[in-house]
Design a protein around this ligand. Sequence first.
Ligand code: GDG
Length: 489
Amino acid sequence: MRWSTEQLKKTIEKIIGDRLLIIASNREPYIHVYKEGKIEYIRPIGGAVTALDPVMKVCKGTWVAHGSSSADREVVDKKNEIKVPPENPKYTLRRIWLTKDEENGYYYGYSNKALWPLCHMAYTRPSFDDIDWAYYKIVNKKFADTILDVVKDKKAFVWIQDYHLMLLGKLLKARNKNLITAHFLHIPWPNPEAFRICPQKIDLLKGLLANDLLGFHIRYHCGNFMETVKSEMEARVDAEKTSITYGGHETLIRAFPISVDFKEISESANSKEMKGLIKKIKEEFSINDDVFTMIGLDRIDYTKGIIEKIQAVDRFFEKFPEYKRKVVFIQKGGLSRIHISKYKELNDTLNNLVEEVNWKHSTEKWYPVHLVRRHMSRKEIIALYKIADACVVSPLHDGMNLVCKEYVAAKNDLSGVLILSQFTGASRELEDAIFVNPYDKEGFALAIKKAIELPDEKKSKRMKRLRSVVRENNIYKWAGKFLEELKKI
Ligand code: GDG
């Protein structure tokens, strides 16, 4: 059976029935900003939102999230709610307001200075601060209060997203036993050795084990989580059922590899306006048909291996100078978490590195790396995928990674090669990529050469297989399988 919007609708009707569906996440699916005195809305960058918005459009229900943008307060009603998508409303967005201190401690602090590096193990030291932890607890409670207010006495199912809200399941269950709660973690779960340094580890584990269902992208992360619980707590870990019983309550632990809306991306890549967009982007970067174009698209984050990618491009041109003027690399990078010093430093390092590499290899009219800072719309991103002869996705560690799946979905002419880090969750499915270890500069440079020189026929065979994997394991399957699992609860 191929999962589609229709299939998901049927599953939702069968499983959710008359229950209210609530999604809780830090990030909102739509943000409102002031632009030249007028209010506009945009869809923020980020994997979880890209994946869940199509699901919510089908599920209806309420999405509870932190209202973080300049004009967010202007457009909500008395209950802090707004119907979204604004041009064609399908579900409710309920906004939670945080003070500067709360945002600083809970989001920039505990979530992104402690949990993010702790779980990604990308050699950036986590920092655990008591004040950040206090705000993390306060904000998790704020989410619980809001959700309970939305639920009132209705039957509801709460689907919690990610590492910002690890305490939420427990807080909700303590006050409403009838709720069914499930939590999906979009980031990797580390091995017990890495996790044991966390001073708040027991509270976090208890928070997660209050849920009825706990989802990770891949089985490897489920295994790491079960091993972590085994070594930290007195709980019954059942390897056969892949469940954990703690304090008399059973939590199912399951893998659900997240994906993209294959059909939507593929259709958009075929749409009439693509031709014009492709022409415009090619002009912007002076790409003619003789140039082999590689692209990268990442939030600027140290886990995404952007520095390592540029260093590999540098090594490639050192080793194979005959490719100068024939190959360009376009890296689109959205600024992210810029209030954290590590991210500021990374941004500066990236600017310096690109300048240095371009200076070293450039010729009169050509330079190898284009770092794109301007905003690109979703359609432009798809046009970029269409142009790209290769897409280079090289995180040091990534829960899944959606960029590689989007690239594959956009390549309906079967052109293009995917270069993929072996440390992404996606590498478990996308076996026809050319794999790289981003820490191995020499190997990475050789992989770039291999991708360029791969005969067209082989490229299209690989792309065909990649496309059939993403078409089959699409976003609707991810959501459908997750919801189906609830039947067992
Ligand atoms: C987390 C996990 C997991 C990126 N830069 C720009 C831009 N994007 C869009 C891409 C894609 C999304 O953002 C990024 O998705 P990822 O999966 O790569 O990354 P994270 O944000 O780290 O997400 C990750 C994901 O959750 C889902 O579970 O896969 O492992 O870390 O859709 O297209 N879009 C635009 N400009 C950019 O500069 N317009």
